[in-house]
Design a binder for this molecule. Structure first.
Ligand code: ATP
Ligand code: ZN
Length: 295
């Protein structure tokens, strides 16, 4: 690996891998993997890729083994709360995938009426740092019981009274007689970097990559919306379009009352939005995907 090439750490296999590789691909970067599959090389920009366990990503970035990384915000924050390398790595931006919640869950028979119920209780978790931080903010004193996996079986085994774990559908909790009672941390994949200046060569590559990532993220939800509408409704429609600035208004051949409105909507366009646009007088509404966008 060359010193001149920017090194990025991504998860080797797991819930972050697909999104991370997809993001690289959307940025126009193809990764050719080495035989050991732990190391990849990007052709289009001087970037090397390290494929690691997600838990190792914050320390690899902090300790200079990698320059940047993609990791769950939950793992990054937990590492920061427990780690000795305070602020050696920093979050650059959220990436909008691998969304999940760290939640407190209690036995179904509990009538949960507030965090005070947890006073003096034992809480099984793989995230003692985030759990304690939340409990402290609630003014509650409870004891985290560290577990590296299968946290949800702890109450049945009487190792703990409640759990604090990553939840997406809640099915695992349900199967273990538990119910989610409070959200402790909202997470998604984030880009992190070493909190020290890069060499000028690396800085240039980093900026080029950031620009591409920003382009991918802003165009992800963005849509190009076209419709016909009465001239009198242009203002109301413009205000209604999600995240649109200054739409283009075009004349329609053979009509003095109607115009065509074209706009880039930067937020999701839902069916409900289309219904509301129709109510404002819009017709022939088209919503088109945007492949790439650069400010
Ligand atoms: P590794 O082998 O790399 O250590 P892992 O088993 O610790 O992997 P995964 O289960 O692949 O980790 O989850 C990686 C990250 O994906 C989590 O830290 C979290 O940020 C995110 N994530 C998104 N949805 C979920 C979910 N339903 N359950 C767990 N993690 C999720
Ligand atoms: Zn892990």
């Amino acid at each position: 690996m060359s010193e001149q090439r920017l090194r990025i750490a991504i998860q080797k296999s797991g819930r972050l891998s697909e999104g991370s590789l997809e993001l690289m691909k959307s940025c126009g970067l193809k990764i050719s993997r080495g035989k050991d599959k732990l190391y990849g090389r990007v052709q289009e920009l001087p970037i090397d890729v390290l494929l690691l366990r997600d838990d190792d990503i914050p320390s690899f970035v902090a300790d200079n083994a990698c320059d940047i990384g993609i990791v769950g915000e939950n793992v990054f924050e937990e590492d920061r709360l427990n780690g000795s390398r305070e602020n050696a790595a920093e979050a650059v931006m959220p990436l909008g995938f691998a969304r999940c919640k760290l939640m407190l869950a209690a036995p179904k028979e509990w009538v949960f009426d507030g965090a005070e119920m947890l006073e003096g209780k034992r809480i099984a978790t793989s995230y003692p740092g985030l759990t304690l931080k939340w409990l402290k903010a609630q003014n509650v004193c409870a004891k985290p019981v560290m577990m590296n996996g299968s946290v949800e079986v702890a109450p049945r085994l009487k190792i703990a009274d409640a759990v604090c774990d990553i939840v997406s559908t809640g099915a695992t909790l349900d199967a273990n007689g538990l119910k989610p009672v409070a959200t402790v941390f909202d997470s998604q994949a984030i880009l992190i970097r070493r909190n020290a200046p890069f060499s000028p060569e690396k800085q240039t590559v980093f900026e080029a990559l950031l620009k591409r990532i920003n382009g991918v993220i802003t165009s992800r939800d963005a849509k190009y919306v076209m419709m016909n509408a009465p001239k009198s409704a242009v203002r109301a429609i413009t205000e209604y379009l999600p995240g649109a600035e200054a739409p283009t208004v075009l004349e329609l051949a053979g009509s003095s009352e109607k115009v065509a409105i074209h706009a880039v909507c930067r937020e999701s366009v839902f069916w409900d939005t289309l219904e509301d646009l129709k109510k404002l007088g819009a017709s022939a509404i088209l919503v088109l995907p945007i492949e790439k966008m650069m400010a």
